[in-house]
Design a protein around this ligand. Structure first.
Ligand code: SF4
Length: 370
């Protein structure tokens, strides 16, 4: 059977679907668990590696649900230990995952940032992935394989998974939730939903669907502005779901056992980093159990007719500290997340978007209202 006429990858099948296929193939039921463990606990790239599964069953599985393993294309390692992995999908698309060790060795934390789409349709103006446009949704198999393969590369299981790589995960809701079910299943990696964070640019309908999962993963919202005027400009999705609607969705999101909504706030000099922004941020979030991550913009150039330019600037360190202090004075939890691995193409999409030739001259660019 050719791959074109085959079903979805075996790596994307839920346990019940695998049980159904095993039964239809006339094999004993326990083979489903064996196959699932090979795919999700051991992360095999080929059915040939499933040593305790009979060859005939492996071949039937490969024919019906062929694996389409990611090919590791580029690894960039930063001075701080952050490793950026660029994968090529079976159809030649570039996606990224980032392994981020905690700089505080006592916490022994390893976060893995994964992609959910090839490119992205949301078009946030400060984001390198947006410059790629939308390619396609990733399948659940391609999402979970980033995790099993990165685990092998790191030599240990990540302690935390964050869906903050390329793409808007809630735009790919069905494959996202399938991937979560695979990742959380006890036959596989058995990740706790408490260790998984889904980050959205603000798809309110998707936040409400995510809230209905039981249990729901953690929620992060990429906020980045305190007025609709600015957010409309830097995040066009705000025209569909403005700040008030987005924050109402955050208030509806189920939180238990001290969980909080994380608000990401990319600081852009002269755009969203004023004292007035800090004060508005406090007012907007004061009734939501939350914490704020301030992320000084990790610059990347875009190509224009006049050559490569930077759309934004990272605020000076003093401005970043003042913003943080002003918010913190209200009692709100707010942390500066210095861009990790900023000696490599660490912002999501930068490595995939990287042109083959080096960029020669860069000049500043001033954002204007659209
Ligand atoms: S920040 Fe996220 S949602 Fe916005 S364009 Fe980039 S990848 Fe898409």
């Amino acid at each position: 059977m050719s791959p074109a006429s085959s079903g979805p990858s075996a790596r994307g099948l839920l346990p019940d679907e695998l049980r159904g296929w095993v039964a239809a193939a006339g094999a004993p039921a326990y083979r489903a668990e064996q196959i699932f463990r090979w795919l999700h606990a051991h992360g095999v790239e080929s059915t040939a590696e499933m040593a305790n599964v009979p060859p005939a069953l492996r071949e039937a599985l490969e024919a019906a649900h062929p694996l389409r393993p990611l090919a590791l294309d580029v690894v960039q390692t930063a001075r701080d230990g952050t490793r950026k992995l660029r994968w090529k999908t079976h159809d030649g698309r570039a996606i990224e995952s980032v392994l981020i060790p905690d700089t505080d060795a006592e916490r022994d934390k390893l976060t893995l940032c994964v992609s959910s789409q090839v490119g992205c349709a949301i078009d946030c103006q400060f984001c390198a992935t947006a410059t790629l446009g939308f390619g396609r949704h990733l399948g659940a198999d391609e999402i979970v394989e980033q995790i099993t393969r990165a685990t092998a590369i790191a030599g240990r299981r990540p302690t935390n998974l964050v869906f903050m790589g390329m793409g808007e995960p809630l735009h790919n809701f069905d494959q996202l939730t399938r991937a979560l079910a695979l990742l959380e299943h006890p036959w596989g990696a058995a990740f706790s939903p408490r260790r998984i964070t889904v980050s959205t640019a603000g798809l309110v309908s998707g936040i409400d669907k995510l809230a209905a999962l039981s249990p729901a993963p953690n929620l992060a919202i990429s906020l980045n502005a305190t007025t609709d005027e600015v957010r409309d400009r830097i995040m066009p999705i705000n025209r569909r779901w403005p700040i008030a609607a987005l924050l109402d969705a955050a208030r509806r999101f189920p939180l238990s056992h001290g969980r909080r909504v994380t608000f990401e706030y990319v600081l852009l000099a002269g755009v969203n980093d004023t004292d007035a922004d800090a004060d508005r941020l406090v007012r907007l979030l004061r009734d939501i159990p939350s914490k704020v991550n301030l992320i000084p913009w990790n610059g990347f150039p875009i190509q224009t007719d006049g050559g490569p330019v930077y759309r934004f600037q990272r605020p000076p360190a003093e401005r970043i500290r003042t913003f943080q202090e002003r918010v913190r004075a209200s009692g709100m939890a707010i942390y500066i997340r210095s861009p990790r691995g900023d000696d490599i193409d660490a912002a999501c999409g930068q490595l995939a978007a990287r042109p083959d030739s080096d960029l020669a001259t860069i000049r500043p660019w001033t954002p204007t209202p659209s």
